[in-house]
Design a protein around this ligand. Sequence first.
Ligand SMILES: [Ca+2]
Ligand SMILES: [Ca+2]
Ligand SMILES: [Ca+2]
Length: 290
Amino acid sequence: MKKLLLLFLLVPFFVQAQVTLFEDDFEAYTATDNVGEDTDIPATYMSYDVDGDGYNWGLAHVDNFTQPFSDYYVGNFITSASYITNGAGGNGGQGALSPDNILVLPMISIPEYSADVLLSLLVGSGTDIDFFSEHYSVIVTTSSDQADILAATPLLETTLSFQGAEFINVPLDGYEGQDIYISFRHFNTTDEFLLCIDNLKVQYTDTSSVEDLEAHGFSYYPNPVNDVLNLSANTAIDQVEILNLLGQKVFVDTPKALQQSVDFSDLQSGIYLVKVAIDGSEGTFKIVKK
Ligand SMILES: [Ca+2]
Ligand SMILES: [Ca+2]
Ligand SMILES: [Ca+2]
């Protein structure tokens, strides 16, 4: 019994899990070695060459360069050029460019019960200490069309003020329950060097709680449970999921009924998270198995 009480103290009552929606360090791809001159992006991404010069976002690897790119980026990263070194890469180099290149991430579904949705990424310049003033914006749209991306008000628009790279955070508030596209636009820059991106991540805090289910008359008993957990509501229970504290799903069912019994008799003693969905509302609560 003492052990059980200790577990209660260690686990906060409200479930406020940090959830990763999207993550990419670009290490799963093969970058072609024609730095800044190519269009080799991951298949799930899109890009637009708005200025139409044939140069666009492309994957590169730190080892593609004679300069020390590994000081700032790890392995593969994605880059758009405003200058291509003469003789570099496959096409012999082009000198100065005035890019207007858009990179669009795969669609991301932001859950309804989310808060503090945050985009984080490593963004920076090339390695030339005199050429780092790349201008870029971060844009969120619910369509991946070029015209819609160009018409949207950017969440962030800035010019790199330093040589090197840094991690930045861009809050994505107000997109709960929507499917979004995040874009990076490299533009309003001429004759600098490279804008580079690595270590993309989108995460959020899961705010679902059992209060959201109370409007549907939801209740459960007993807790702690020996054998059978009984769930009931006055609207059909759409889904029940049970996870252990390692996040492993140990039970899932879609009863579509006002009542549901869950057999706990084969589960080990300990704390479980029960996730219930009713008519678009979601709630999570803890159950102790004796
Ligand atoms: Ca990387
Ligand atoms: Ca490449
Ligand atoms: Ca271009």
